[in-house]
Design a protein around this ligand. Structure first.
Ligand SMILES: Cc1ncc(COP(=O)(O)O)c(C=O)c1O
Length: 483
């Protein structure tokens, strides 16, 4: 007798599935009315969820209730129209259903033999992204979990082009605005800290080309081996885009690999508004691009594309004896040979389905809207001299500070953090701080296409109220000021 303990009857499964779909649809319908942030204490979460291993079964409906009431109710809503912190995750509902389909059919996206349909969709979808980035037809890539993995995969591919005996002298260059994923990736690959050169950024927080040139020359004089420059296509801090064309020229002249971390901003190349800012993107040897950021996909959906696609296979291919009968060598593709994962899920489907259902034009408009919202926020902030714009709106990000001339720099930093916490506590909206040149600034990232201009205005109005309140409170209680 086959064991039926891990199944539901068709009827039970349908009822359960419909309840799950209802929960998802209700959430999307009412998301705007829910608080943005929910950050309970560890003690509270332990009390809610800590149990022993459940030996006996429970009704699926009860477990679903627990998930909704205890898990998701205690989770910050990063797709909320007023979540402006970090990089928001405004997914789309078609991709949600695509993820359900992927889990339901569970294709093995590592080999052609086990998943030809999945592989072909991945090939096609990566090729769409290639075209958006302006890379040549021979470029190729694959979907990975996130920007961290995409950057790591690209750096591993870049290094593989060097003779192995030179690896310990190889040097990577990235600006002081590069994401920590880049330096962490280098560390994981075994680069010593002094083989990752952090190049100063200029007044606009873009790679300082003179400093980059100097660094490369210095390293050559020390008989080190400069081999890769990482350019930013939209820094996480401010949305700044490095002078990609100039970096590409330098890389060409110096025979260096040009990697672009476009995890945040490369998708904006789809928009006519942003494309000119990203000039030079298509000259990269490799690009990291995260559809789970600005192409509105649920996590985890990132893509790494390499200018000469065959290099991925040269870098990652490893065929153990148990996989020899699926090791095709003709036109077919085994994505397990192109990256770190052997068993891999079908991440491409959600992007493929949502692009087909909505059309690329809808994505273009949605990206444009994020850019417009950041510009709108900047204009609104400039209308009140209480705010100081630290960096103007650049592809969906604006940074600013609440002014108070009487405060020390440290007190100013504390004030910005207090304002941020107060906004989060209000439940209305959430933003995050970052540090620019060592000073704390407020930062709005406005890439959610469902955000209304009025919500930006209301968020800034609350920030102004909280700014005045926090400033008064800290002035009253500050012992230095009381004297
Ligand atoms: C520019 C950039 N690079 C890399 C990453 C890391 O991506 P992930 O969080 O998907 O691993 C991020 C994340 O925000 C990013 O903004």
């Amino acid at each position: 007798m086959p064991h039926s303990g891990l199944s539901l009857s068709a009827e039970e499964l349908r009822a359960f599935g419909y309840a799950v779909v209802d929960a998802i649809v209700d959430r999307h319908e009412h998301l705007r009315e829910l608080p943005v942030a929910s950050i309970p204490s560890r003690t509270r979460m332990e009390a809610l969820l800590r149990t022993g291993l459940p030996e006996e079964p429970s009704a699926p409906g009860h477990v679903l209730e627990e998930v909704l009431g205890s898990v998701f109710a205690n989770t910050t809503r990063v797709d909320h129209p007023r979540f402006f912190a970090y990089v928001p995750g405004p997914g789309n509902v078609v991709s949600v259903m695509a993820d359900a389909l992927v889990a339901g059919f569970n294709p093995f996206a590592g080999s052609w033999v086990a998943g030809a349909g999945a592989a072909e969709v991945e090939l096609v979808t990566v090729d769409w992204l290639r075209q958006i980035c302006g890379l040549p037809p021979e470029a190729g890539g694959l979907f990975v979990s996130g920007g961290s993995m995409a950057n790591l995969t690209a750096l591993a591919t870049a290094r593989h082009q060097l003779p192995e005996e030179t690896w310990q002298d190889a040097v990577i260059y990235a600006s002081d605005q590069a994401h920590s994923a880049v330096t962490r990736g280098a560390r994981i690959l075994g680069f010593a800290p002094d083989r990752v050169r952090i190049v100063r950024s200029d007044a606009d927080l873009r790679m300082d080309m003179a400093a980059l040139r100097r660094s490369i020359t210095d390293d050559r004089e020390k008989l080190l081996r400069p081999f890769c420059v990482v350019g930013n296509a939209g820094t996480t801090n401010t949305g700044a885009v490095d002078p990609l064309d100039a970096v590409a020229d330098l890389c060409e002249a110096e025979e260096l690999w040009f990697h672009v971390d476009g995890a945040y901003g490369a998708a904006a190349a789809l928009s006519d508004r942003a494309r000119p800012l990203l000039a030079g993107l298509g000259r990269a040897h490799s690009i990291a691009l995260d559809p789970h950021k600005w192409l509105f996909q649920p996590f985890e959906c990132s893509c790494v594309i390499v200018r000469r696609g065959t290099l991925l296979r040269e870098t990652f291919r490893a065929v153990p004896s148990c996989l020899k009968d699926s090791d095709l060598t003709v036109e077919e593709v085994n994505f397990r040979d192109w990256g770190v994962q052997l068993t891999r899920g079908f991440r491409a489907l959600k992007l493929w389905m949502s692009l087909k259902v909505f059309g690329a034009a809808a994505f273009r408009r949605a990206i444009d809207w994020g850019i417009v919202l950041a510009e709108h926020a900047e204009a609104r902030l400039r209308s009140n001299p209480q705010w100081e714009i630290m960096t103007p709106a650049q592809i969906g990000i604006v940074t600013f500070r609440y002014r108070d001339e009487a405060r020390t720099p440290m007190e100013m930093d504390a004030l910005q953090r207090a304002i941020t916490e107060a906004l989060t506590a209000s439940g209305y909206a959430m933003l995050s701080t970052t540090e620019l040149r060592g000073r704390v600034v407020l930062r709005l990232c406005t890439i959610n296409p469902r955000t209304a201009k009025e919500e930006i205005e209301q968020t800034i109005a609350i920030l102004e109220e909280e700014g005045a309140r926090c400033a008064a409170a800290t002035t009253d209680t500050s012992p230095t000021r009381a004297q």
